[in-house]
Design a protein around this ligand. Structure first.
Ligand SMILES: Nc1ncnc2c1ncn2[C@@H]1O[C@H](COP(=O)(O)OP(=O)(O)O)[C@@H](O)[C@H]1O
Ligand SMILES: [Mg+2]
Length: 371
């Protein structure tokens, strides 16, 4: 096994070798624990320590993809440097191959937020407040260190293990940004960064501030309370213009629809302050944490939100379905990329053949003329 030398130093061990020299990982559907945007996440084991790990495989086909994955690694390093270790996923190692970069992390064995919540027998505002406070306090630490997450959503919040009091851990720092270091945003050419349905309206104008993270957290809180998201897919599947318009319209959050009748006024008050269309009027993360619904755990604390739990079941089924769609999109994208490379290589081969033919013709005609 070769220690990597051609890549910049990482704060964790890095290897340039086949993944299975260091970790035993089976890249099969059965061992896949998650679906990323450019790759998949597999369960694996450190061959030496036998410790369980999660391996995020990122296929690299061009310079841009490499820049984005390197950025994700750098952001994980930065987060691990500044945020309490129990709050954010830890980077353990990096394995580099010809066509892929594996990010090795500690494995979150408790699963994604909603996969676990849907199993709850009882779930009240008190529980929602406790869960939300944990995620919000992690975001507060990020914001105090001038780090933006930019992709806060339920699938990026995981339970470390299956115990009752398991830590809630923030993952996926691929879109994160360090505002102090003024680094180049690897998504500078993308018209939109984040996930529609969670991202703030100003993300459509490529404006990224801490207020954007608060908005996404507001969308998360909305789901924690009623079990469905603030925007329906019909409203967000259209253009960015439509998304901007719908998410800026505060009238939209009347919260009188079915599902909100059992939610306390305090909780509704907080959601409204977080989902303000105008980022300058939105709560800051400090104001969120100081809100009585969180700080004093006020609200209809005892009331069981049974309909909300039923909705969680539906959400997690939909998430799984989206994961499958994402996998198909990714496969098509990869196929397109590889076939482009294939076409390009074929063209190169054809061109070099015709050039050779031309050359040999020229040389024979030269030979003939010289005779
Ligand atoms: N450390 C981990 N342990 C267990 N599962 C993980 C871990 N990291 C990611 N996953 C799973 O893989 C999914 C995709 O990973 P993520 O880093 O969020 O990729 P993407 O950037 O494409 O969203 C997550 O939603 C989660 O279900
Ligand atoms: Mg993710």
């Amino acid at each position: 096994m070769k220690k990597s030398s051609s890549v910049p130093e990482f704060s964790v061990p890095s290897f340039q070798c086949p993944l299975n020299d260091v970790y035993s990982v089976r890249e099969t559907k059965k061992h896949r624990i998650g679906q990323g945007q450019f790759g998949e996440v597999f369960r694996g084991k450190d061959k030496k320590t036998k410790e369980e790990v999660a391996c995020k495989k990122n296929m690299i086909f061009n310079r841009k993809m490499k820049e984005q994955v390197m950025h994700e690694i750098r952001m994980m390093e930065r987060v691990n440097e500044t945020i309490d270790s129990e709050k954010a996923v830890q980077l353990k190692a990096v394995v580099l191959n010809k066509n892929s970069i594996y990010i090795i992390m500690d494995a979150m064995k408790g699963g994604e937020l909603f996969y676990r919540l849907k199993e709850r027998k009882s779930y009240s505002e008190k529980d929602a407040s406790k869960i939300f406070k944990q995620v919000a306090s992690t975001v507060k630490q990020m914001h105090s260190n001038d780090l933006l997450h930019r992709d806060l959503k339920p699938s990026n919040v995981m339970f470390r293990d299956n115990t009752e009091n398991s830590d809630l851990v923030l993952i996926d720092f691929g879109l994160s940004l360090d505002m102090k270091r003024k680094q180049k945003d690897p998504y500078r050419d993308s018209p939109f960064v984040g996930t529609p349905g969670f991202a703030a309206p100003e993300a459509c104008d490529r404006k990224f501030t801490k207020a954007g993270d608060v908005y996404a957290l507001g969308s998360l809180l909305y789901i924690l309370l009623v079990g469905f998201p603030p925007f329906h897919s019909k409203q967000i599947n259209g253009s960015l213009d439509l998304y901007r318009k719908v998410t800026r319209n505060e009238e939209y959050f009347k919260m009188e629809t079915h599902g909100w009748e059992h939610v306390s006024a305090e909780a509704k008050h907080l959601v409204r302050r977080m989902l303000r269309g105008d980022p300058s009027k939105r709560y800051t993360i400090d104001q969120v944490l100081a809100h009585p619904w969180i700080a004093k755990n006020n609200g209809n604390s005892g009331k069981v939100l049974s309909n909300t739990v039923k909705n969680f079941v539906r959400i997690s089924a939909r998430q799984r379905f989206r994961g499958a769609i994402r996998a198909i999109i990714m496969m098509n994208r990869l196929r397109a990329l590889t076939s482009n490379t294939f076409v390009r290589n074929k063209r190169k081969r054809r061109d070099s053949k015709t050039n050779k033919k031309k050359k040999s013709k020229k040389s024979t005609s030269k030979k003939n003329s010289s005779r």
